[in-house]
Design a protein around this ligand. Structure first.
Ligand code: PHE
Length: 340
């Protein structure tokens, strides 16, 4: 019995405690619920009665020693650990640089366009993307059976009658004309939706900027000059332009503005479909019927309007050849605009 106690003691003293794991092994072996000291108390019964007390004391001492050893080692190991941690913090190391976020390329081009027009007195107007039929179509002189509705594949809301996702920012025109008195000079940037097949060249959502100017004696010449100013600011002072007659239900006469892009590379051929000209916007004199629909007297006032897509201009500026990139939120794409 005595030998047994001695053996356990020797083993215990020699137990290599170096880290948290070996400390735990020690605890399980000598202090845990199935520790090897416990059975000694049972074996004590076999010891002659007169020696029993002395044995009991030895076993108790053994137990106490185990506890003391454990506490001592635990203290030093934990101390070492926190010292380690303290040392691994280098207070003189330079901090991690803050990652600066980036603006979306559509936003960058949109803001550039807004600034161009703000310069000559246009004020930003923003409106809802979920629109009613009246403001998107009917007030804009596009009644139910108007063939022009086929030009714009519309997403209608399933449960709400006559509600739709606006197909163009021209809906802002009717909203503004209804609530403001001329002179009106607004620029309306925003997102629009059309039910189109998604491909590298078209998407079911995109962005437009709408312009509207209404006052007394506003003429087609005013519109031409305004668009000329815009094109020079956007495409350079020596930009070449042409106005092509066109059709929109809400303008009369209507035109499309083309910017000369050139035909130097194969890309130029592809982008301009071999013509060298780039179609950038639709425009025209506001149809008198639209003014009437929105409560403005066409005998007193006249005006012009224009609407342009933003994606195309952003694709040209940044040489992006797939419109889907704008909507995928791939950070590898977005981070390239951090400097802008
Ligand atoms: N709303 C037209 C479109 O989406 C563009 C436009 C706006 C044309 C204003 C004329 C006047 O294509």
């Amino acid at each position: 019995m005595l030998d047994k106690i001695k053996n356990i003691k020797n083993q215990m003293e020699a137990f290599p405690i170096r880290d948290i794991e070996s400390l735990e092994q020690f605890r399980i072996a000598y202090l845990g619920s199935k520790n090897i000291i416990k059975p000694l108390f049972k074996e004590m019964k076999q010891v002659p009665a007169e020696e029993r007390k002395a044995f009991g004391q030895r076993i108790n001492e053994l137990k106490q020693r185990a506890t003391a050893l454990y506490e001592a080692k635990r203290a030093t190991i934990h101390q070492a650990k926190s010292k380690d941690q303290a040392q691994s913090i280098d207070l003189s190391a330079p901090g991690y640089p803050h990652r600066i976020g980036s603006r979306h390329p559509i936003r960058i081009v949109m803001e550039k366009l807004v600034r161009i027009f703000e310069h000559i007195g246009f004020v930003v107007a923003e409106e809802r993307e979920i629109e009613d039929d009246w403001h998107n179509f009917t007030a804009m002189h596009t009644p139910d059976d108007h063939p022009a509705r086929d030009m714009q594949d519309t997403f209608y809301l399933q449960d709400a009658k006559d509600m739709l996702l606006r197909t163009h920012t021209s809906s802002v025109q009717s909203r503004v004309m209804e609530t403001q008195k001329p002179p009106i000079r607004i620029i309306a940037p925003g997102r629009v939706y059309r039910n189109e097949t998604i491909s590298a060249r078209s998407h079911c959502q995109f962005h437009q900027i709408e312009g509207l100017y209404i006052d007394k004696n506003v003429s087609f010449a005013d519109m031409k000059q305004t668009l000329f100013y815009y094109a020079r600011a956007m495409y350079g002072a020596d930009v070449k332009l042409r106005l092509r007659p066109s059709y929109f239900p809400f303008t009369e006469p209507s035109a499309e503005l083309d910017v000369y892009w050139g035909l130097e590379s194969e890309d130029d051929y592809r982008i301009t479909k071999g013509t060298g000209w780039l179609e950038v916007l639709g425009c025209g004199m506001v149809d008198p019927q639209v003014l009437t629909n929105c409560g403005i007297d066409p005998e007193i006032y006249s005006g012009f309007a224009f609407g342009m897509g933003i994606e195309r201009q952003a694709m040209l500026q940044y040489k992006i050849n797939d419109i889907r990139m704008f909507f995928e939120n791939d950070v590898r794409f977005l981070q390239q605009f951090a400097a802008e």
